[in-house]
Design a protein around this ligand. Structure first.
Ligand code: TMP
Length: 237
């Protein structure tokens, strides 16, 4: 598989064309941003961990019947994926209050919900990814009713699989962000990544944060936290 020109550079990944028009190569960086790019830094070794973790978790989703863009891991930082057009919605599923849920609604972190919540943001850096509901997404033609229903079904499915798996690893899945893409035939698949950049993961016994909040909140021990969750995942894979 030949890596051709770069088609996109995001905050944490670069995407390249290949000699197959239906396949792209994703290349994970160590760059970290928070507050929609206003805070920048590096988390050494993050790209390698996020690449491998995402690929292991994407394959678990496939096994559970949730289609993904994953094709094949090529190297420490590179993965072959199906070419998709990203649906411009960030989908956030929450099991426990934290982050923007806690600040937006004025509640403490750590409230365990009886039922998981789902919310959507319009993926648009210039507007700081504003929160929107399904009607807004339909009005803006970001997705069809059928696509939104599929995305919701898959997102709760991801939550079920991910929550159970992390629990086996002694990790509580607090919340996470997903992105979906459309294949050239219109099929919706899970895309982007599933990693400590995009999930809140707390140690089940101590509630210690093992995710990017350590970077967002200048808590230190960021690399150690990423390594710890990766090691736990590998031990329970
Ligand atoms: P939030 O509490 O800041 O809305 O974040 C909820 C979850 O989504 C958390 O696990 C972090 C993740 N997330 C991203 O991956 N990218 C983003 O741009 C945002 C806002 C959240």
């Amino acid at each position: 598989m030949q890596k051709l020109e770069q088609v996109y550079e995001g905050k944490a990944k670069k995407v390249f064309k290949t000699d197959d028009p239906e396949l792209f190569i994703v290349d994970y960086k160590d760059d970290a941003t928070a507050l929609n790019g206003k805070k920048k830094g590096t988390i050494s070794g993050k790209g390698v961990i996020n690449n491998k973790m995402t690929n292991i978790l994407m394959q678990k989703m496939e096994k559970a019947g949730i289609p993904t863009h994953f094709v094949k891991e090529l190297s420490d930082r590179e993965t072959l994926v199906k070419k998709v057009s990203i649906v411009p919605l960030e989908v956030i599923v929450r099991n426990i209050s934290a982050g923007h849920f806690a600040s937006r609604y004025g509640v403490e972190e750590g409230i365990v919900f009886e039922t998981p919540t789902i919310e959507f943001s319009y993926k648009c850096d210039a507007l700081d990814d504003p929160l929107l509901n399904e009607y807004h997404a339909l009005a803006l033609k970001l997705a069809t009713r059928e696509e939104i229903d599929t995305i919701k079904k898959y997102s709760f499915g991801v939550n079920d699989v991910l929550k159970a798996f992390w629990a086996d690893c002694g990790v509580t899945l607090v919340d996470f962000k997903l992105e979906f893409g459309k294949l050239s035939d219109g099929t919706i698949v899970l895309a982007d990544e599933i990693s400590p950049d995009t999930c809140r993961l707390w140690d089940s016994k101590t509630n210690e944060k093992l995710d990017k909040d350590r970077f967002r909140r200048d808590m230190g021990g960021v690399e150690d936290a990423y390594t710890e969750v990766m090691n736990r995942l590998l031990a329970h894979e």
